[in-house]
Design a binder for this molecule. Structure first.
Ligand code: NAD
Length: 376
């Protein structure tokens, strides 16, 4: 699909859910592939490349999906698009079902089975299909590169005839997939890197990347990870201790990347206006959690805000779309790895309803919303 038409609140989507590489594989496997005109243009994939890979090009999204058994998209389609799909067809994408329950209802109404790739269970077998990880990894990388572009100084220490440049101090808050890649990237660029998280397992991961771990390591910290590997909501007492530690540390930092999320809740506020007031002019904060309410007080979705004391707070949305070519490559391969779960041996569209990955990500079936997170 050409998701440029889908104008999310963060602007047009530049990624595409199938690349010439994955299309060529689908065609080789006997599938008939139709690509909407211009779908890959902003990810550097022209219609000609898709044609050369064996795809047909449809002039619009609506004509592209008309005869499809399965629609591959980045963000799902509009309700109008769902109505043009055959009843019984499937659609895959990052559907954000919890934020957007109306979408599942619209799929049910259209008799379409919606596969929310963002609900794929994080089990080992599903790692190759995990779009959240593949895209967060790139967001983490890009956040550091972008911070470097805004920051008016260098990352590495430089000893030159004109004098010495001190290395940048970079602090990463939240060491999930994005945070780990942000640490690795900051280190590669020569920054003095520190990181924090509430999950104890991250301490070793931070050290293994050559960064220093900073956290309130009390009893609550030791029990802060859920069985699923996610963070728990921390108590008010813990948050106060964490804020005290952060306030002291952040005053000495040049670049702060925040990535802290708690499933099903608003992002925790980790950096307050008072803390920002103690940072030096020219410091850069990148709030990767801004779409979920933000980790930084004053961060604005889709904007760069500069505080009175000259600190830049970056609230860009849809980071993976900023590196659409690689993000599309990863996304398309994730979908390719998912496809065997919804196709029979002869290649026909036939979801395996006994598979726990399908049960975990299918929102609708036979005209009903079936996912337990939406029905309970
Ligand atoms: P996420 O996006 O949900 O959160 C980002 C990070 O923020 C997490 O590390 C979390 O602990 C941290 N955080 C939350 N509250 C915080 C606070 N108050 N202060 C500081 N940090 C805070 O995380 P994610 O990237 O989705 O990764 C979550 C977990 O899932 C990790 O353990 C990761 O290794 C695991 N994972 C497993 C698989 C798999 O097995 N297939 C795939 C991807 C990720």
């Amino acid at each position: 699909l050409n998701d440029v038409a889908l104008q999310k609140k963060g602007g047009a989507e530049a990624r595409v859910a199938a690349t010439p590489e994955t299309v060529a594989g689908y065609v080789k496997d006997g599938h008939v592939v139709t690509v909407a005109k211009g779908a890959g243009a902003r990810a550097d994939y022209s219609d000609d490349l898709y044609k050369a890979a064996g795809a047909k090009i449809a002039t619009t999204n609506l004509t592209a999906v008309k005869d499809a058994d399965l629609v591959l998209s980045v963000n799902g389609g509009t309700e109008k698009l769902l109505a043009s799909l055959k009843s019984g067809a499937g659609i895959t994408g990052v559907l954000s079902p919890t934020d957007n329950p109306k979408y599942a209802a619209a799929c049910a109404k259209a008799g379409v089975t919606a596969y929310a790739l963002d609900y794929i269970p994080r089990i080992s077998r599903a790692q190759a299909m995990d779009v959240l990880s593949s895209q967060s990894n790139l967001s983490g990388y890009r956040s550091v590169v972008e911070a470097g572009g805004i920051y008016g100084r260098a990352f590495p220490m430089m000893m030159t005839a004109a004098g010495t440049i001190a290395p940048a101090k970079v602090f990463i808050m939240g060491v999930g997939v994005a945070g780990l890649q942000a640490i690795a990237t900051a280190r590669r660029l020569g920054a003095v890197t520190t990181a924090t998280d509430v999950r104890p397992a991250t301490k070793e991961q931070v050290a293994s990347l050559g960064a220093k771990f900073i956290a309130v390591e009390n009893e609550e910290f030791k029990a802060a990870e859920t069985a699923g590997g996610y963070a728990k909501q921390m108590s008010a007492e813990y948050q106060a201790l964490q804020a005290e530690l952060t306030a002291k540390h952040i005053a000495k930092q040049d670049i702060v990347i925040t990535t802290a999320l708690i499933p099903g809740r608003a992002a925790p506020v980790l950096v307050t206006k008072a803390m920002l007031g103690n940072m030096r002019p020219g410091s850069v904060l990148i709030d990767l959690a801004v779409e979920r309410g933000g980790n930084v007080e004053g961060a604005k979705p889709g904007e760069i805000v500069t505080t009175d004391n000259g600190v830049h707070i970056v609230g860009h949305l849809n980071w993976p779309s900023r590196m659409a070519a690689d993000a599309s490559n990863m996304f398309a391969r994730n979908i390719k790895n998912f496809l065997p779960l919804v196709t029979a041996e002869d290649g026909a569209y036939a979801p395996d309803w006994d598979d726990e990955i399908i049960k975990g990500c299918a929102l609708t079936k036979d005209g009903e919303v079936v996912h337990e997170r939406l029905t309970s």
